[in-house]
Design a protein around this ligand. Structure first.
Ligand code: UDP
Length: 326
């Protein structure tokens, strides 16, 4: 299939592109390289450097490529940042997606896969969190994704040719052999912990140890990035005639302290840690119930243990201590 991948130079997008290429799909990446890396794009994919705020640039790329499917990864995705600058998220995540969706309708692209988020569930009544859980976005970031999920619903009602999948990621982590996490600045827990082990930082600060969790630190569900990419490929084959919404995680929660302890075991480094105040917008516990995608699409994660997920990230960071060379 011809797949147009926005944000295909970013962390999750680049691994999805790699997996799409390996599965025999033809890929065009559309990325402004503001956060992504040209070097992360699989050489068999065509990279168009363009910005989703520029509808003419999207139109021109889609006109050349004539995609049969869109995977939309390009977005801001930091809860904390969105609490400081909510308008950034309204612009980059909502207005830019609107440009993309207008082109999707113009070129009658029948399939769309959205990177959605666990940040829709700020106050879950049930853990693990299944798709039917009530939606309470935890931040402007979560709200921006919810708006797009709802618009996809309406677009598929108004335009019968169009179907979508919204994949609500819990915490993506780990690396494939060639592609890993390289953000500047790095703000995510696992890569920061590994930067301490690499000697690039002195210590890790744990944001809050007074949550209502077993050890007081936040609990998250870490899902390996290649398992996440595989879910996209399965969803691509499944949305011919219907819409799909799935929560994607491993169904197991690990606290910030457990992540640090596991990284100590894997790296052999002491990884000094201290405690800082809570980060705005962080829910205490996020654990996914991913039974629906397993039952409906046969999705089965290959990495179910945190230690294996962190070990794959560690292997990539050791091989690429300065990240991508671009
Ligand atoms: N976290 C932390 N120190 C850091 C970065 C993150 O204690 O330097 C915590 C954060 O507060 C959250 C968890 O680690 O509870 C996972 O955060 P991350 O940013 O990796 O992902 P998020 O859950 O925000 O998507």
């Amino acid at each position: 299939m011809k797949v147009f991948v926005t944000g295909g130079a970013g962390y999750i997008g680049s691994v999805a592109v790699e997996q799409l290429v390996l599965a025999g799909h033809e890929v065009m990446v559309f990325d402004n390289l503001s956060l992504g890396h040209g070097a992360a794009v699989h050489p068999s994919a065509k990279l168009v450097v363009g910005d989703l705020c520029d509808i003419e640039a999207i139109r021109s790329a889609m006109g050349d490529f004539r995609p049969e499917a869109i995977m939309h990864f390009a977005a801001k995705s930091l809860v904390g940042e969105s609490m400081e600058d909510p308008f950034l998220y309204l612009g980059d995540n909502v207005t830019n997606a609107l440009n993309l969706l207008k082109c999707v309708v113009e070129f009658e692209v029948p399939r769309f896969i959205l990177s959605s988020t666990a940040n829709l569930f700020d106050d879950p009544e049930h853990i693990p969190i299944v798709e039917g859980e009530r939606i309470v976005p935890g931040s402007p970031y979560g709200e921006s994704k919810f708006i797009i999920e709802r618009y996809l619903h309406w677009i598929s009602k108004v335009y019968p040719f169009f179907n979508y999948a919204a994949l609500r990621y819990f915490n993506a982590a780990g690396a494939s052999e060639e592609r890993g996490e390289d953000h500047t600045p790095e703000l995510h827990l696992i890569p920061i912990v590994l930067e301490v082990a690499l000697g690039k930082r002195e210590r890790i600060s744990m944001f809050g140890d007074d949550y209502n969790t077993p050890d007081g630190t936040c609990v998250r569900d870490y899902i390996h990035v290649t398992d996440l990419a595989q879910a996209h490929i399965l969803a691509l084959g499944a949305i011919g005639n219907e819409n799909k919404i799935y929560n994607l995680g491993n169904g197991q929660g690990y606290s910030v302290k457990q992540v640090i302890e596991t990284a100590r075991e894997i790296t052999g480094h002491a990884i000094p840690a201290d405690v800082k105040p809570r980060r705005a917008g962080d829910p205490a516990i996020l654990i996914a119930g991913s039974g629906k995608i397993s039952e409906e699409l046969g999705w089965k994660p290959s990495f179910t243990q945190l230690k294996d997920i962190i070990a794959s990230a560690w292997a990539w960071h050791q091989a690429n201590p300065e990240g991508y060379q671009d």
